[in-house]
Write a protein that binds this ligand. Sequence first.
Ligand code: TRP
Length: 372
Amino acid sequence: MADYSVTPWEVKGDVDYDRLVRDFGTSYIDQSLMNRVEKHTGKPHFMLKRKVFFSHRDFNWILDKYEKDEKFFLYTGRGPSGDTHLGHLLPWIFTQYLQEKFGVELYFQITDDEKYMHDRSLTRKQVSDFSYENILDIIALGFDPDKTFIFKNTEYIKTMYKISTDIAKHVTFSTAKSIFGFQNSSNIGMIFFPSLQAATCFLPSELKGKNIPCLIPAAIDQDDYWRGIAREIAPKLGYYKPAQIHSKFLPALQRGEKMSASKPNTAIFTTDEPEVAEKKIKSAFTGGRDTVEEHRKHGGNPDIDSAFQYLYMILEEDDKKIEEIERDYRAGNLLSGELKQIAAEKIKIFLKEHQRKRESAKKTFDKFILRD
Ligand code: TRP
């Protein structure tokens, strides 16, 4: 038994990404695929080079189509169960890059229905407030207002319902149970819900009356929906199977967890005062040694160091700088406190800028919302 788990509702332990690639039957993003992306985007995004986005399904096919002038659309989403943290931003930043470089549309699903039904303690009001706050963070990342369509399931259900029922009709309870682990105690809303998350894969095709390839950039914990439902049902309904590109999880401030909105001390939130974020980073799990002497002698371990991982996975775009930091840390020249200081400065700058953009997102909010 693995000592970790990756499901749409729980990620814990030290995730074995190679094993997920095998179990889920996905492919690694290799050099030849990166070269191919480079042809269209210029220098590939650092998240590709550093294997933060590390796995895919049919991304080659998406590029085949694109090269034959058949544009794809992007699809990703957010379950509004809490405030936005750095870990959420990671795939969204990459999605924004894809949108910009390929000039494609993005459909962004807010699953307010899912989170309301999944978590008994969440009220309608809370989910609605989180939806609004989360959407501000999405808009703040610089998506194109003319090509970005954000919708909440509870609002946009009139359009979504038909596609969802087309899907649901083909999924038995026993299939849903084996994919998602539903039980007799699960509420019936959650049992239907996967058909809504899958439906967005076909939404633009439905809206435009022709098949449009779908590429989903998202953390790999959402794969059950695509592998288990959307890709199985697509041929039955005459749609293309959606393609995926998968990211890893940003580690929590403490060891062995991903950032989780329901556990405030595991995460740096987009609305944290920069000084609060600095304090959090300073108390984060370190790959440094117990004493300065030992650290100088044996060096630190950046692979398990949260501050280093934030720089590597999301904050430090400059390859030269990150290589230098990594080398110095491993060699013991850079102390854990010094590394944390570098990360703290980066985070403070990032948050100040993000919070400014988040404020102005309030003015452009309506331009991004898709309504039926
Ligand atoms: N279920 C996702 C969550 O809990 C939200 C979501 C909906 C999503 N559609 C998606 C995430 C597509 C990634 C890609 O956050």
